[in-house]
Design a protein around this ligand. Structure first.
Ligand code: SF4
Length: 352
């Protein structure tokens, strides 16, 4: 029987490079979409030969800026996946989008071609901060895209960055109140990290202290009307991102496109994979179990304790620290609120 694999498709192009961004993407005014499409389709064909007619629970177009892609390209990729694999009837198909790259008609066309979830990079409601970040859009464009997505009944998420230069806890509370006001059902709140290779890394920025950052994190949970379900993700029940949940739970996934990472499960063996031929290496069950533990414990619902994880964890540590970890329903081990805050240290002690 073929194992289910989720599919991540990387779109590496952006209109302009944001000042904080260290993702694999490049500014390109006019990408060769035909070449991109052909490469993606040949990778999908390759995986069909490797894995057979697998079932696909979720597809996620991430970037870069997937909303720059012509709908024709998106349509051909989805059609190829449908022809080669068995996609779930309720398959979640997410498109990452940047405000300012997607008008109402194009969004409708993406929806008609199969996209049923939109993840919008809003980052901030403050136009000055958007300029500082090097974003190409303003707040009004973001609200407009949200409105259009809501009119189409798409499931919608939005990404925000907190801990910007000179930002205060009350600024972050203001952002959260605005999120409540517009009625978002899912959002991701990422702390700004300064990567040395980026323009931000070379600027002398006045960043909030670690203590202020920690207070912002607490204020987000306290202010949002949404429940935190992973370290950086908040949703009303039922609106969680299924693609990410599957991956955090340790399900197999294929990374399609240059630089896209995956974890393939084939003939009872795990493989670390990147793109079509950048990397394909066997990983042991214990290495994979550590990965599952790291991503699983970032979820409020915790990690499923399968036999591989059982083999690597220190049961004694769990028994002795009920203030940090506890078993919950469906054979999952979860952190307490305190454990979540001490996750890195906790993982060091939890693995035998
Ligand atoms: S749009 Fe996203 S991927 Fe592109 S440069 Fe900005 S942060 Fe990076």
């Amino acid at each position: 029987m073929n194992t289910d694999h989720n599919i991540y498709i990387h779109v590496p192009f952006c209109v302009a490079k944001c000042r904080y961004c260290a993702f694999f993407s490049h500014a390109c005014a006019n990408p060769d979409w035909e070449k991109y499409e052909n490469n993606i389709i040949s990778e999908i064909n390759f995986w069909e030969k490797m894995l057979g007619k697998i079932c696909v629970p979720t597809i996620f177009f991430g970037g870069g800026t997937p909303s720059l892609m012509p709908v024709k390209t998106f349509d051909k990729i989805i059609t190829t996946i449908k022809n080669k694999f068995n996609i779930y009837e309720n398959c979640e198909i997410t498109l990452e989008a940047n405000p300012g790259t997607l008008d109402k008609q194009t969004l409708t066309d993406f929806h008609n071609a199969g996209a049923n979830r939109l993840s919008i990079g809003i980052q901030s409601f403050d136009d000055e901060k958007l300029k500082l970040l090097g974003r190409i859009h303003n707040s009004a464009q973001a609200i407009n895209l949200l409105d259009n997505a809501n009119k189409l009944n798409l499931r919608v998420s939005a990404d925000f960055i907190y801990g910007l230069p000179n930002e205060t806890v009350s600024d972050v509370i203001k952002t959260c109140k605005k999120i409540n006001e517009i009625g978002l059902k899912h959002c991701s709140m990422y702390e700004l990290t300064i990567e040395p290779s980026t323009p931000f890394g070379k600027m002398n920025l006045h960043m909030p202290s670690n203590e202020e950052m920690a207070n912002m994190y607490i204020a987000i949970k306290d202010t949002l009307d949404l429940a935190r379900y992973e370290v950086s993700n908040y949703a009303i029940h039922g609106e969680e991102c299924r693609h990410n949940q599957n991956i955090w739970d340790g399900e197999p996934y294929i990374g399609v496109g240059q630089g896209a990472a995956g974890r393939i499960f084939m003939n009872n063996t795990w493989y670390e994979q990147k793109g079509a031929n950048e990397k394909f290496e066997k990983i042991s069950n214990s290495e994979r179990a550590i990965e599952k533990l790291i991503t699983g414990l970032r979820q409020v619902r915790g990690v499923i304790i399968d036999t591989d994880i059982k083999d690597i964890i220190n049961q004694d540590f769990i028994t002795k620290h009920p203030d940090l970890l506890h078993m919950i329903e469906n054979n999952r081990l979860a952190t307490t609120e305190k454990g979540m805050l001490l996750l890195d240290d906790l993982l060091l002690n939890l693995v035998k």
